[in-house]
Ligand binder design. Structure first.
Ligand code: PLP
Length: 380
């Protein structure tokens, strides 16, 4: 099946009791058993729920994976992956991660004795210098947030395989419409489904997708034991959101391209980050592993200090100043003080997250209104 058909149908059959075409919200914590152990595969909703199951099967199908797991947030999904490891294990990851992932790795799991190496992954060969017998996982994000660096998933997967290390990819920014890391050799895909998968800024959720059955069983054990699983209402909302993922992504990409090109040609703009530009340092890799370039763009204006940048961030009328991304509505964010505030200033600035940087999550509104809004805000 093709992507759009899977987005609408995967995991979903007419409801066996009523024929309802849309998967019902099974708002129940527990399930009747005829005699102990004689049930229809559902015992208790922390571990299994039919609405969530339909969503998880759809998640798996979209990432070309065998298994999907839904979590109550993206961070809960990441947390479950990290719980596969123990004190003494080592993880190699990027130096410009999502701020919440960096915070979890350094402030939570480092305390449990897991060692993290934060490195620049633009040249995957550098990974080899940090591998040792304790390395268990490589965790990457691509495109990175917010400077839109591209990591070569296939190249990292080859290094991971050769060294018997797992590769997990945070695929939140690309969505499976643009990039399917499992096809490129990744073992686990993670999503903040809060973003493009849900798509309407009305639910917080996370997901893991993977192929290996033994790994799936270990992750399901963590999922059921630790219990960060979403309820049926939220599962329904994301299942519904997924039905238009392909339509939304197409519009995000079209609007994203128009805005990226407008900003690039504007003399007031200093830095601009978008992987679709031919002069983006890893454009060739982006072209190889992504089907289009998405609607996430970061930029700064020439000579803008913190005050001027705050002023600019507050002067948009259609773009809302807010954290998060991937919804139908356009958002603007100031990473240094908002999404990336938990990263120390020196580390943040070394990764390009300066005080003057602004990040756009380009929505699916009419492009004329979005361009008009940017023009009035930057005074173009
Ligand atoms: C938002 C986000 C997360 C965290 O997900 P939540 O759903 O907010 O817990 C992780 N990675 C990336 C790239 C994100 O944008």
């Amino acid at each position: 099946m093709k992507f759009g058909t899977k987005a609408i149908h995967a995991g979903q059959e007419p409801d066996p009791t009523t024929g309802a075409v849309m998967t019902p919200i099974y708002q129940t914590s527990t399930y009747w058993q005829k005699s102990p152990g004689d049930h229809k595969g559902y015992e208790y909703s922390r571990g299994t729920n039919p609405t969530r199951k339909a969503l998880e099967d759809c998640f798996a199908a979209l990432e070309n994976a065998r298994f999907g797991l839904a979590f109550s947030s993206g961070m809960a999904a990441t947390d479950a992956v990290m719980k596969l490891f123990k004190a003494g294990d080592e993880v190699i990851t990027g130096n410009d991660l999502y701020g919440g992932s960096y915070r979890m790795f350094t402030k939570i799991f480092a305390n449990y004795g897991i060692k993290f190496h934060f490195i620049d992954l633009s040249d995957p060969e550098v990974i080899r210098e940090h591998l040792n017998d304790n390395t268990k996982l490589i965790w990457i994000e691509t495109p990175t947030n917010p400077t839109m660096k591209i990591v070569d998933i296939e190249a990292v997967a080859a290094i991971a395989k050769a060294n018997n290390v797992l590769l997990a990819v945070d695929n939140t920014f690309a969505s499976p419409y643009l990039q399917t890391p499992i096809d490129l050799g990744a073992d686990i895909v993670m999503h903040s489904a809060t973003k493009y998968l849900g798509g309407h800024s009305d639910v917080v959720m996370g997901a893991l997708m993977l192929n290996d059955e033994e790994l799936y069983q270990r992750l399901w054990f963590i999922y059921n034991s630790c219990g960060a699983t979403p309820g049926p209402q939220d599962s329904f909302l994301v299942l519904r959101g997924l039905k238009t993922l392909h339509l939304r992504m197409k519009a995000h990409c079209e609007n994203g391209r128009a805005i990226a090109e407008f900003l690039k040609s504007n003399p007031k703009v200093d830095k601009i980050y978008w992987p679709g530009f031919e002069d983006h340092p890893n454009h060739e890799v982006a072209k190889k592993q992504m089907r289009d370039f998405g609607g996430m763009i970061s930029f700064s204006l020439k000579g803008a200090d913190l005050a001027a940048t705050f002023q600019l961030a507050s002067s948009f009328k259609v773009f809302s100043l807010a954290e998060s991304l991937g919804g139908v509505e356009s958002l603007i964010n100031h990473p240094a003080s908002m999404t990336h505030a938990s990263i120390p200033k020196e580390i943040r600035e070394a990764a390009g997250v300066t005080d003057s940087l602004l990040r756009l999550s380009v929505g699916v509104e009419d492009i004329e209104d979005l361009l008009e809004d940017i023009k009035q805000a930057i005074g173009a």
